[in-house]
Design a protein around this ligand. Structure first.
Ligand SMILES: NC(=O)c1ccc[n+]([C@@H]2O[C@H](COP(=O)([O-])OP(=O)(O)OC[C@H]3O[C@@H](n4cnc5c(N)ncnc54)[C@H](O)[C@@H]3O)[C@@H](O)[C@H]2O)c1
Length: 313
């Protein structure tokens, strides 16, 4: 893949995309195939999945991401049909549809967590042996809901935040094996997942992005993503890595940062570079240290979250 900011060419690359029968996953599959990749379209929706696979000249793999054996089988399809794996887009996901009140549905809860969180964990585990062989990329579809409070669907927010945490933790670990792992965190996009509340969004003036807008972010992440970065996708702004606030720990009693094995905190300190010149520098704020006596030696605390508009998904 090319240098930062350039066009992206995926010739010779093999990609596995889960949840690729519809919506964002189908868009990613189409874009990767159009740029030269061989694509395994993995989904529980056999009819649509096969149609997308035929359209992109790829292969369909029936894959329920809740079952780790299905993810392993989908990776095996990539190896058997295309000779290996370079890119795993772990995208399958569903909305929740309940709160923790009277409508709480424990069975649906397990289903949602199984798809939105376990599916990513199993996908990473299944893809890693192949990705490590020749270096590669994992991109998990999280959500803006994983970066902000999500009162309208707290369980969805919880499993998407878990994906964000997983990616941040894995980033530096997998980098050592030549595998770059990122999350993409879209705001609302025009797919079946928002069908039930699209009119509510529109009447509230919430922007709804096209699938193509979101797919642009996946391509940018595959081109430019650094280990563990979680990129926001927000209408009207170029996508960029979300910069997490400087956490209070772990620190010594005198306030020095304690570095852990793979130093995951260091990846948080990166300052996002605007992808286009029209990102106003006024949007890039410097976060205040949380307390005056917390030393920030070695930790840049720049908050480059041009997306931090907490009113959006
Ligand atoms: N559309 C949005 O507004 C939005 C915003 C943020 C994040 N996301 C995330 O984007 C991802 C894709 O969603 P979408 O918006 O394209 O919705 P979508 O409903 O169009 O696509 C989801 C796909 O996942 C598949 N799927 C469902 N359960 C599965 C399972 N057990 N195993 C394998 N595949 C399964 C579906 O068949 C479907 O093809 C999800 O992770 C979703 O949470 C969507």
């Amino acid at each position: 893949m090319s240098a930062r900011g350039g066009a992206v060419e995926f010739s010779g690359k093999v990609a596995l995309v889960t949840g690729a029968a519809n919506g964002i996953g189908a868009g990613v599959a189409r874009r990767l195939a159009a740029a030269g990749a061989s694509v395994v379209v993995a989904d529980v929706d056999d009819e649509r999945g096969k149609a997308v696979a035929d359209e992109v000249g790829g292969v369909f793999a029936h894959c329920d991401v809740r079952d780790p054996r299905h993810s392993e089988a989908a990776v095996a399809v990539a190896v058997e049909r295309f000779g290996g794996l370079d890119i795993a887009v772990l995208n399958a996901g569903i909305a929740t549809g309940f709160t923790l009140g009277d409508d709480f549905d424990p069975e649906r809860y397990r289903t949602v967590m199984g798809i939105n969180l376990d599916g990513v964990v199993y996908g990473v585990h299944a893809a890693l042996p192949e990705l490590k062989k020749r270096g590669g990329h994992i991109v998990a579809t999280a959500s803006m809901a994983g970066l902000m409070a999500m009162p309208m669907d707290p369980v969805y927010g919880a499993n998407k935040a878990a994906v964000v945490g997983l990616v941040r933790g894995l980033g530096p670990v997998l980098a050592a094996d030549g595998v770059t792992v990122n999350a993409v965190c879209p705001s609302f996009a025009d797919t079946a997942i928002i069908t039930g509340f699209k009119s509510t969004l529109e009447s509230a003036g919430m922007p709804v992005m096209s699938v193509d807008d979101v797919v642009d972010a996946f391509v940018a992440v595959l081109r430019d993503g650094q280990p563990g970065e979680c990129w926001f996708v927000q209408a009207g702004r170029p996508s960029a890595p979300f910069t997490f606030p400087n956490p209070p720990g772990p620190r010594t009693a005198t306030g020095e940062r304690v570095r852990l094995g793979h130093d995951p905190i260091a990846t948080d300190a990166k300052t996002a570079e605007p992808e286009t010149a029209d990102v106003k520098t006024a949007d890039v704020k410097t976060a205040e240290p949380e307390t005056a006596d917390v030393k920030t030696t070695g930790d840049k605390t720049t908050d480059s979250n041009t997306t931090a508009t907490p009113e959006e998904h």
